[in-house]
Design a protein around this ligand. Structure first.
Ligand SMILES: *Cc1c(COP(=O)(O)O)cnc(C)c1O
Length: 430
């Protein structure tokens, strides 16, 4: 079953004014006091900073952004009938297919918006970091559309070992630099310690920010965690709500994989709004993470830095510590020591739940999904699928006919070597 709506939502949903408690502000890394907005203006353009702190519930999606969204939006709401049949569950399983975007994940929903606001604010170059390359390719694509230059600091091991997404970024015209590099003080420091340094996301963030601070024409862009990023992703959940209205259903359970929290938030926040208003009492919302990087399930709720060098503002979040180096699991997008402050607040207040899985059980779920539904999930998306299967099997035991919704946040066609490792028995739990 494929259900589509004719129109893309024309506004994003901002959950900030609806939170059960105010969000604690980001702190200046030097003074440990709430950071002055002027400091953030050195790295973000004014419209994005405004969205970061906005108290308006609805924010207009600019016409230019809507036009680009229409290349792949609205995304279909699919029903995974064959998975239901295979499991023999009375539950109904639905998913939003965000893998059909040009770069294969939900990330262009915010990349396009960020490139647009930078373009109209006079930015010439956008810098960012990327691990496996999902975010780097989304931003490179968006920059190409708006005539901005993209400069992507890519973690050196990925640069060397996972060339596919580097090539995709370069095809979009981006400059891709293996990090640590000799272009920044931060990079040079790590290279002095070890000329063959493999790099890390934390180092690449430090390099991209330092680069952005070097000129007013250069700004920095982040693909998750921040409020404005989550805001742009709500287009997913808003579409889903309309699609469910058309079939006179409403989800009982919503599931999403959480790295920094943006695809999870994008799907769930418009529904969580109903829960916060008391319109739906029993909605269960699950954030799924890897056991190897269990931010919500094992982290501490406190202020921490966003990068490993300690240069970014401090955010109040569940964290494994900014020095935590996650083991090299295949779901690269879920290897972050912290999480979005909004997602963390909702978890702390008991509005959402969290669970963690080992990577072998996640790949089992992924291959089952591929066999019955045909689509190959990104390893990140497969975390959500594992939880959905568990819930559906629980419904089989209890006879409950729950309506389950999850985010198919990306495809796995650039992750075939991870599947190869799994299929040949080389994939180990850490
Ligand atoms: C980047 C990425 C993630 C993790 O980021 P979130 O902000 O938590 O969504 C998850 N899935 C895919 C496919 C990604 O590319």
């Amino acid at each position: 079953m494929k259900i589509t709506i004719d129109d893309i939502p024309t506004k994003w949903f901002n959950i900030l004014p609806h939170l059960p408690a105010p969000l604690e502000p980001p702190l200046d890394p030097e003074t440990k006091q709430p950071i002055a907005p002027e400091k953030l203006l050195a790295i973000f353009p004014p419209p994005l900073l405004e969205q970061e702190m906005s108290d308006k519930t609805w924010i207009d999606i600019p016409e230019e952004v809507l036009k680009i969204y229409s290349l792949w939006r609205p995304t279909a709401l699919h029903r995974a009938l064959r998975l239901e049949e295979y499991l023999g569950t009375p539950a109904k399983i639905f998913y939003k297919n965000e893998s059909i975007s040009p770069t294969g994940s939900h990330k262009p929903n915010t990349a396009v918006a960020q490139a647009y606001y930078n373009k109209i604010s006079g930015t010439k170059v956008l810098t960012t970091e990327t691990g496996a390359g999902q975010w780097g390719s989304a931003l490179s694509f968006a920059c190409a559309l708006f005539g901005l230059r993209a400069r992507v600091y890519m973690v050196r091991v990925s640069y060397n070992q996972k060339p596919s997404r580097r090539i995709l970024m370069q095809t979009y015209g981006a400059e891709v630099i293996p990090s640590p590099s000799d272009r920044t003080n931060a990079g040079r420091k790590f290279l002095e310690e070890n000329p063959e340094h493999p790099g890390s996301l934390g180092i690449a963030i430090s390099e991209a920010i330092e680069d952005a601070l070097s000129s007013k024409d250069i700004k920095y862009s982040l693909g998750s965690v921040l409020n404005h990023v989550l805001l742009h992703q709500t287009v997913i959940g808003l579409e889903a709500k309309e699609q469910f209205k058309k079939i006179a259903l409403y989800p009982d359970v919503i599931v999403g994989a959480v790295g920094g929290g943006s695809n999870f938030a994008g799907l769930s926040f418009p529904f969580i709004a109903d829960k916060l208003e008391g319109k739906t009492k029993n909605l269960e919302v699950w954030a799924v993470e890897p056991e190897a990087c269990p931010t919500l399930t094992k982290g501490e709720y406190r202020y921490d830095y966003g990068d490993s060098a300690g240069l970014t503002p401090l955010l109040k979040m569940y964290t494994l510590g900014h020095k935590f180096v996650p083991p090299p699991i295949h779901a690269g997008g879920l290897r972050y020591h912290g999480d979005s402050p909004i997602v963390c607040l909702l978890y702390n207040k008991g509005i959402i739940s969290a669970c963690a899985y080992r990577q072998t059980e996640v790949f089992e779920a992924a291959t089952l999904f591929a066999k019955v539904e045909g689509l190959l999930p990104a390893p990140e998306a497969a975390h959500a699928i594992k939880k959905v299967i568990d819930i559906a099997l629980e419904c089989k035991r209890t006879g409950e006919k729950k309506v389950i919704l999850f985010n198919f946040c990306g495809h796995g066609y650039f992750d075939l070597s991870a599947y190869d490792d799994f299929l040949s028995g080389r994939l180990k739990d850490v």
